[in-house]
Design a binder for this molecule. Structure first.
Ligand code: ADP
Ligand code: MG
Length: 366
């Protein structure tokens, strides 16, 4: 089934979007994901009776936490639409044509894919449109169980992402740039991804767990001790497909080679030699897949990422960017339009690239 005027006609529509945007001082710091949801909202709105927009934001632990409220998202939507209300909880849905629900992860049932919670959500609406590409790798109540309870179709963003992230159709050599914060977050897809690409360039936070696995000391940089063993295994198996960063910029703006990180060094970006090394590898690529900033760009450690982004902007390789933080960073550099595709998904895009099925997409096929 597809999203058509008929599907939403005179209905109360539950739109599960991915409005998990970065916030700064209580305001939306990057509205990429909101802008990306606009075409679907604009299509539904004139045809439906009422539009309920739901999303999660951040990682609250199953109960309300003010810093993760969706109120800033509601305010951002008011720049595009009039008559936008806000529902603090599911029992009090106001009378506006558009209603934004408070963070779905304020309910413990969301992440547990709890059927009773999905039933509560289902009661609010007649049909569902799932446009939450960034959440489609999760088997959570609002994207999975709810799709079984209400007639559900994919939104335009979800369709577009699936089409553009079908990298099997892209040309080799394929090179991945991986800069995630934590290996543990993305471990299940790293392996799959390594099987799809010819080379993976690793910087960001995860690189230190790999360095540790090789026996180097990484000072006070981010390390996941319990992932060192796994990192070792990955290195052993894919040694010919992995390039680790070779130098770093510390918190005090010193440049240190990978084998000379001092006890108190906190490495927050990869250094200039790594940038040159990565550029060399990228010069041979026909397809580049980038997830994860190479440094803590939010705190100004963005030199390496910017140099790589500028290099890619001028390169002929097809460049695909995935990840909330990565997309926000590319936006900050003003280079979004120079990339071939900027996905709104992080984990979800990587899962697809790794050749895995997305539960929230599979459930729509039933
Ligand atoms: P995305 O949201 O694009 O999928 P992640 O959330 O996995 O990416 O990773 C981005 C985070 O990694 C950013 O918050 C960034 O500050 C952090 N990061 C990058 N380099 C380092 C580093 N050297 N040490 C600690 N964190 C880092
Ligand atoms: Mg992130």
């Amino acid at each position: 089934m597809m999203l058509t005027k008929n599907f939403v006609k005179n209905k109360t529509v539950f739109l599960r979007a991915d409005l998990n945007v970065p916030l700064r001082k209580g305001e939306v710091a990057d509205s990429t994901r909101i802008t990306a949801a606009i075409p679907t909202i604009k299509f539904i709105l004139p045809n439906c009776k009422k539009l309920i927009i739901a999303s999660h934001l951040g990682r609250p632990k199953g109960k309300p936490e003010k810093k993760y409220s969706l109120l800033p998202v509601k305010k951002e939507l008011e720049k595009f639409f009039s008559d936008v209300g806000f529902a603090k909880n599911l029992n009090n849905i106001p009378d506006n044509k558009i209603v934004v629900l408070e963070n779905l992860r304020f309910y413990s049932g969301e992440k547990k894919n709890d059927l009773a919670f999905a039933k509560l959500l289902a009661k609010t609406s007649d049909v569902m449109v799932n446009d939450a590409f960034g959440t489609s790798h999760r088997k959570h109540a609002s994207v999975y169980s709810l799709a079984k309870l209400l007639p559900t179709v994919p939104g335009f963003l979800l369709e577009k992402e699936l089409k553009n992230l079908n990298v099997k159709k892209y040309k080799k050599p394929k090179v991945a740039i991986l800069g995630f914060a934590k290996l543990s977050d993305k471990i299940d897809i790293v392996e799959g991804l390594l099987n799809q690409v010819d080379l993976a360039l690793i910087g960001g936070g995860a690189v230190f767990t790999f360095l540790k696995a090789q026996g180097y000391s990484v000072g006070k940089s981010l390390v996941e001790e319990d992932m060192v063993k796994v990192a070792k295994k990955i290195l052993r198996k894919h040694i010919h497909h992995i390039v680790l960063a070779v130098d770093f910029e510390t918190k005090n703006h010193e440049i240190v080679p990978f084998n000379m990180i001092k006890r108190n060094d906190v490495c927050l970006d990869v250094g200039p030699a790594s940038v040159e090394l990565f550029k060399g590898a990228l010069s041979k690529a026909k397809t580049v897949i980038w997830n994860g900033p190479l440094g803590v760009f939010e705190k100004g450690f963005d030199k390496s990422s910017e140099a790589i982004a500028e290099y890619l902007a001028d390169s002929k390789a097809k460049t695909i960017i995935g990840g909330g933080d990565t997309a926000a960073m590319i936006n900050e550099f003003g280079l979004k339009s120079k990339m071939d595709f900027v996905s709104t998904g992080g984990g979800a895009s990587l899962e697809l690239l790794a050749g895995h099925k997305l539960p929230a997409v599979e459930v729509l096929k039933k």
